[in-house]
Design a protein around this ligand. Structure first.
Ligand code: ADP
Ligand code: MG
Length: 895
């Protein structure tokens, strides 16, 4: 047996081997050690190998899903090895023969189908990365990603530099690459950081056989009909299907033909920006508190998955955005339709996942029922949609898709399936009585025989005169006659011992069998087996019907998801008072009454109002009339510099504007009273000194790396959010970097930007940069404390109120008092004065001079600073000291 084990183990390197032995999957050697640690189960031993004990641990087959789930979640991959024959058959071959076993499936994070292993609300993608061989510098990457639990299959191509952003958008659960790419000095390190990366041999990524492998998978003669993919895309696609083929060991989950995603059709959002804006997860890694969580009112898991996809990939095509918005608008206008459809949707099961399970042979009767209910729900939804007055394009497409699945299929399932369905098909009893004569017959025979057993009991009680005689059943003896010990003697003595054959004596009871009972038992078992066999046949037949209709069923499932998202976003829009954004191709950006969708909800739970704020980043002359706010009008400027004390609401304001743009382009209504947005091609968001200890980089380094990305990549069409950049270093360093960054954004990138800062000195820049605008968040000082009004107004803050905030936070009174006096001293030196002088002195950042390495000439302040630094008071006589003082004074600029 160990020989067989080692052979199978060697054929599946890198995977834990679940080796089936009776009711357990056993693990041996290192696998056992890994699994016992990962699962917290007992490590035992079994036999010896080369003189050493063999470590072993096992998981019961019934509960294996749970254990698999935990192993996969910890990044392991598992090969499931089953017994391929009855142990009796092996014994029949000779007493030394081992039961035939084979791996039936590889369980990896990216190739799951079981409900118990999947998150219902998230897609589960396997993603393949291909690169042209031997041309490390070519810079193009092909990507293909597949969710076998929903059949989605997409391919695209991107530049090497965009790989990180693309990966963070798709958020795959498993990535496959070539060994070479895995070890690549440039891309390797970031790839190896991904949660589950599987390096594979080169043949999987062989571009010359890619088309053949794809054709083979889809069982077509040529790939022309599938879609026009580039060579790189086809290579990645072929690698992905080859891997799926391997993991499913011969069962091919049906896939949609690969959809090709053209470059530039979605808003580019890099990983740092995604994390920072807390789109689908908070910085702490939780769903709760994310944008997705705040606006996800969907009622189906497929709807929830689609909404997550849309938020992760906002569109750049105005017409496509408008189509989504039209659908939401229709449901905002018709609350009755919205609510009734949501009720219908709630009853619509996850058809695409049910279908995927059925097609890889892991489905059950309830999956068939799911498809039946889905088709019935489609009729209901169609009836309701038909009553709506206006059917925008997206809804019309939904209706068309819902009409596709065959109603006859649903009726067939309805006729075939019973009311109560077992979870697994082997339990039987899921086919309705009257559906198939042969099955009814087998069942009747089985049940009639059971009745015969009951009447036999009465007859035996009569014949023997033992009133308490019972016929019972257990798995060891099958049917048997049972009497108390006291009556046992009687049955074992003539004449009764001719009929009753002794089987077992227990403490209080004695058990017998009879030949008649043996016959009837065989009949019952045969009829039962026959009934189950017939049921399983029917199951396979129904399953084949479903698979044959899978294109239509999938289309309907997708239509449900679209309907769910549209009605859910309409509900949020109504409940939270969102408006329809106006999206166009200008470079404008004007938000009135903007709010932060997540903070607003959190404050509402505490009974607090959220203060709405306007923002206008439109170029001059603006494409839109500027928004109004409160008492004053906001000004316009493509770069807003926002100063204001800690806790005033700067970060919230920055993020809310980014989120509004993102939501609008994802095709959602937005938390504002009016929003006009020229389509954003890339969104950037950075926070100063964000911790990234896990990756072992200094926080300031991270901040600068990320800032560099923005300054190098942001285009005129981009939207940039910089929150206290330069905070992670010494004051003058940070101020200088922030200063230069703003100039660069203004002169070189020319993008729309919001920049929050504590460096009040930076506000002086507005005098020189015509498209920069100063805004501040209002606070009120009241009896030495600061009151936050959260109102964004034109102007600049003159101080940070850090000490007041520290006081609110409960710093000890003596520390507060001391800080105040230190601050007074520092302020006497007037850093602001220096900066204003700087603004006057420094020539404006000039784009072409970016490359020139020549340092700027020292300013007056710097000359002064150098002069003081050169003095050594300890080595001076009093007279020299006095002279030095006069000399310094003389150096001051003339007033
Ligand atoms: P800053 O970045 O200026 O230090 P934050 O944006 O972090 O301030 O905001 C601090 C807190 O103030 C937030 O957690 C939120 O509770 C509250 N807040 C911010 N903006 C608003 C607003 N517009 N209306 C009401 N409360 C707000
Ligand atoms: Mg902040």
């Amino acid at each position: 047996m160990m020989e067989q084990y080692l052979e199978i183990k060697a054929a599946n390197p890198g995977l834990l081997l679940f080796y089936r032995m009776g009711d357990f999957y056993e693990l041996f050697f290192e696998d056992a050690e890994i699994a016992s640690r990962a699962l917290g189960i007992m490590l035992t031993k079994r036999g010896k190998h080369q003189g050493m004990d063999i470590p072993m641990c096992g998981v019961p087959v019934e509960r294996s899903d749970d254990y698999l789930h935990r192993l996969i979640a910890q990044g392991h991959r598992v090969a499931v090895c089953e017994q391929m024959e009855d142990p009796a058959a092996a014994r029949a071959r000779g007493n030394k023969s081992v039961v035939r076993r084979d791996v039936v499936r590889l369980v990896t994070p990216g190739t799951l189908t079981e409900d118990t292993l999947l998150d219902a609300r998230a897609n589960n993608y396997l993603l393949a990365i291909a690169r042209t061989r031997g041309s490390a510098g070519a810079g193009r990457i092909g990507l293909a990603w597949i969710d076998i639990s929903t059949s989605e299959f997409t391919v695209t191509e991107c530049a090497t530099g965009e790989l990180a952003a693309t990966l963070s958008r798709i958020n795959p659960n498993e990535v496959i690459v070539t060994d070479a790419l895995y070890g690549d000095p440039d891309l390797g390190p970031s790839l190896r950081e991904l949660p589950a990366v599987t390096p594979l041999t080169r043949d999987v990524f062989d571009s010359s056989t890619a088309e053949r492998r794809l054709c083979d998978y889809f069982a077509v003669a040529t790939m022309d009909g599938l879609s026009a993919m580039s060579r790189l895309e086809a290579t990645a696609a072929a690698a992905a299907v080859t891997y799926i083929d391997r993991t499913q060991v011969g069962r091919r989950p049906p896939l949609s033909p690969p959809a090709r995603e053209a470059a530039g059709t979605t808003m580019a959002i890099d990983p740092a920006t995604r994390a920072n804006l807390e789109l689908t997860r908070t910085l702490a890694g939780e769903r709760r508190g994310s944008l997705l969580d705040a606006i996800d009112c969907t009622v189906t898991s497929a709807g929830s998955r689609l909404l997550a996809q849309r938020l992760a990939a906002p569109l750049t095509d105005g017409a496509a955005i408008v189509r989504r918005l039209d659908a939401i608008a229709a449901f905002v206008a018709d609350p009755v339709a919205r609510d009734e459809l949501r009720t219908t949707l709630r009853a619509a099961p996850d058809m695409s996942r049910a279908l995927a399970r059925l097609s890889v042979g892991r489905g059950g009767p309830r999956d068939l029922a799911g498809l039946r209910d889905g088709i019935l729900a489609a009729d209901q939804a169609l009836a309701r949609l038909a009553m709506m007055e206006l059917a925008p394009q997206e809804i019309a497409a939904v209706m068309e898709a819902l009409r596709r699945p065959s109603r006859e299929l649903a009726r067939e399932f309805e006729r075939a399936l019973s009311e109560q369905l077992p979870l697994i098909k082997r339990d039987g009893g899921f086919v309705r009585e009257g559906y198939e004569g042969e099955l009814d017959e087998a069942r009747n025979l089985r049940d009639a025989s059971r009745l015969v057993v009951a009447s036999m009991q009465a007859r035996y009680a009569d014949d023997t005169g033992v009133k308490g005689l019972k016929i019972r059943h257990n798995n060891v003896l099958g049917y048997f006659v049972e009497v108390t010990a006291q009556h046992g003697e009687k049955l074992m003595a003539p004449p009764l011992n001719a009929t009753f054959i002794h089987r077992q004596t227990l403490a209080g009871q004695i058990r017998f069998t009879t030949s008649e009972l043996g016959e009837i038992e065989a009949k019952i078992a045969n009829a039962g087996d026959r009934a189950l066999g017939l049921e399983l046949e029917i199951f396979e037949r129904l399953c084949a019907l479903a698979i044959a209709a899978s294109d239509d069923l999938r289309a309907a499932a997708h239509a449900f998801a679209i309907l769910d998202v549209a009605t859910a976003l309409a509900k949020v829009a109504v409940d939270d008072n969102y408006v329809r954004p106006e999206v166009d191709t200008s470079l404008g950006f004007a938000i009135e009454g903007g709010r932060h969708p997540v903070v607003e909800q959190a404050l509402r739970r505490d009974g607090q109002p959220f203060i709405a704020n306007a923002c206008d980043l439109s170029p001059l002359p603006p494409p839109y009339p500027p928004p109004q706010t409160g008492e004053g009008k906001v000004g316009a400027g493509q770069i807003w510099l926002i100063t204001g004390p800690n806790m005033a609401g700067k970060s919230t304001f920055l993020r809310q504007n980014a989120l509004i743009a993102l939501m609008a382009q994802a095709g959602s209504f937005v938390p504002a009273s009016r929003a006009r947005i020229g389509i954003v091609d890339r969104l950037f968001s950075r926070v100063g000194a964000a911790d990234d200890l896990a990756r072992g980089r200094s926080t300031f380094m991270v901040e600068m790396v990320e800032t560099a990305v923005i300054l190098n990549q942001a285009s005129e069409r981009s939207l940039v959010i910089l929150d206290e950049i330069g905070r992670g270093t010494a004051t003058f360093d940070g101020l200088s970097i922030a200063w230069a960054a703003i100039e660069h954004l203004h002169e070189a990138n020319r993008c729309r930007a919001l920049f929050a800062t504590h460096y009040h000195e930076l506000t002086a820049l507005s005098a020189k940069l015509p498209r920069m605008f100063n805004a501040t968040v209002r606070v009120k000082e009241w009896q030495g404390d600061v009151v936050f009004l959260h109102e964004v107004l034109p102007g600049s803050a003159d101080r940070s109120y850090g000490i007041q905030v520290a006081k609110l936070a409960g710093l000890p009174a003596p520390v507060i008092a001391r800080a105040k006096s230190v601050l007074a001293k520092l302020e006497a030196q007037d850093r602001g004065q220096t900066a204003r002088a700087l603004a006057d002195d420094l020539p404006l950042f000039a784009v072409p001079s970016r490359a020139s390495a020549e340092p700027a000439p020292p300013s007056e302040a710097e000359k002064m600073f150098e002069a003081v630094k050169a003095l050594h008071p300890d080595e001076m006589s009093p007279r020299e000291a006095l002279e030095a003082l006069y000399a310094l004074k003389a150096k001051l600029p003339k007033q």
